[in-house]
Design a protein around this ligand. Structure first.
Ligand SMILES: [Zn+2]
Length: 460
């Protein structure tokens, strides 16, 4: 098999299979041929007939390249990657600046919003910051088309989680690059996704892609904590054009995700009566009351049919606080419960279930007193994988099967917009919120190429 390889940048290639000729005209000085026809050579079987976007070392004319790494999974794009350095300085710079703009809950999102705004403006894309105090901000970009196709909306989040207590090998806000990977808090979740989407939008504009529908970009605050930013964005959607679909570039390792579970965070607090612990019979021990709650929760199961792909609704007690001193009977104890819910599930019904459980304990346990508080509730999300938007997107990024993920996003807040939602972005979900979080530059390049393709398929 002979593959025609030509560069899009100095060390990146577009590879065209023999039965799907690339429509991009190769540059004569940068056109190379190489053979990968040996038996047992993964490229021989896997790449036949596929157009692939590749990044990596330049291949000398007539030589076979042994440094390739083919990625093949049904839910991922069929792309060939040639090992080596990636050249896309502008996007890499954007990612670096985004990581350096510490947007942990303590610092807020304003600086990261300003980095995004500056990049858009530099590339001639209309952009504005919606700021509501010294630290908090959303950033909104808009590419107007003048066409009459429904618009495409990208929704990201600017905030990142804190760095944790464990030491990092690479400082979390330096955006250190080594072996073609960039390290830093948010590299995966989700400043990598922001950089890829912003770069794809700007490159599409720069390439003069004739759009028949608008591109709208929103990066919001507080996704990891309270969803403040997305709520604020949804407060006034009257200026938004009709939407054909929404892409959330959260890290899915470039799998096309159409469903995730929701979450319900509840606190249960027991109260008792404090007294000197040399005479515990005079008090009511709130920790002992909580023991009864924990016993009941151990056997509690939410009555709801498991989802064929997402599995069952899960319940996990993750925090506990109680007691003041070694010699005082505690008068309060609080637990935090994380419940992951399924599409179609009624969150009020779960809370009602737990209220009944506490009511039963009140009748069974002397001096038992407890109450429930809802800390956070986000619905589940599910898009019909057969709908036209998902099908067109899958075609654009060359993915056969859609997928689901365990984590939750801001997607459910976007449901009132009535547009189908896809979660699709670079980076491994297993690296989210981890020490030494990092992303491969090759994955980012791949994401940019796929987003540009999606923009073309959906809007051009
Ligand atoms: Zn995220």
């Amino acid at each position: 098999m002979i593959l025609v390889v030509h560069t899009t940048t100095f060390e990146s290639f577009i590879i065209c299979g023999p039965d799907r000729p690339c429509n991009k005209k190769p540059e004569p000085l940068r056109t190379y041929f190489f053979s990968s026809g040996r038996r047992g050579d993964p490229a021989h079987n896997r790449l036949a007939g596929h157009v692939a976007v590749a990044t990596g070392r330049r291949v000398a004319s007539g030589q076979s390249n042994r440094r390739y790494r083919a990625v093949w999974r049904r839910s991922r794009p069929r792309l060939l990657f040639l090992g080596g350095k990636v050249e896309s300085p502008a996007m890499k710079d954007l990612l670096r600046q985004l990581i350096q703009a510490d947007s942990t809950p303590e610092k807020g999102e304003l600086e990261a919003a300003q980095v995004t705004e500056a990049y858009f403006k530099k590339h001639g894309v209309q952009c504005e910051i919606d700021r509501w105090d010294d630290r908090r901000a959303n950033v909104l970009g808009h590419v107007r088309s003048g066409g009459n196709r429904p618009a495409l909306l990208f929704v990201c989040h600017l905030d990142v989680v804190s760095c944790g207590r464990e030491p990092w090998n690479y400082p979390p806000f330096e955006a250190h690059e080594t072996r073609s990977k960039v390290y830093g808090r948010g590299a995966v979740d989700m400043k990598g996704g922001i950089a890829a989407a912003v770069a794809a939008i700007c490159e599409s504009v720069a390439a003069g892609t004739k759009l028949q529908g608008d591109i709208i970009f929103a990066a919001t605050a507080g996704e990891e904590t309270d969803s403040t930013g997305i709520r604020r964005f949804m407060q006034d959607t009257s200026t938004l054009p009709k939407l054909g679909g929404i892409i959330i570039p959260e890290p899915t390792d470039l799998a096309v995700v159409t469903a995730h579970r929701g979450l319900l965070w509840l606190e249960i607090a027991t109260t008792g009566k404090a007294t000197h612990s040399s005479m515990p019979q005079r008090g009511v021990n709130a920790i002992m009351s909580m023991r009864r709650v924990l016993d009941a929760l151990e056997h509690y199961q939410v009555a709801f049919e498991p989802h064929p792909l997402l599995g069952p609704c899960s319940v996990s007690v993750n925090t506990i606080q109680g007691g003041e001193a070694m010699n005082i009977v505690p008068d309060s104890c609080t637990i935090g419960i994380d419940i992951r819910t399924l599409p179609g599930q009624d969150l009020d019904a779960i809370r009602h279930d737990l209220e009944s459980l506490l009511a039963r304990l009140r009748t069974e346990v002397a001096h038992f007193n407890a109450r429930i508080t809802t800390v956070r509730a986000v619905g589940a999300m599910e898009t019909d994988p057969e709908c036209e938007f998902v099908q067109t997107f899958c075609q654009a990024v060359d993915v056969d099967l859609t997928n689901v993920v365990g984590f939750t996003t801001d997607a459910p807040h976007l449901a009132p917009l009535g547009a189908p939602i896809i979660i699709y972005g670079p980076g491994k979900p297993s690296l989210c919120h981890q020490v030494d979080e990092h992303i491969a530059l090759a994955d980012l390049e791949r994401a940019v190429a796929c987003f540009k393709n999606a923009i073309r398929h959906l809007l051009a």
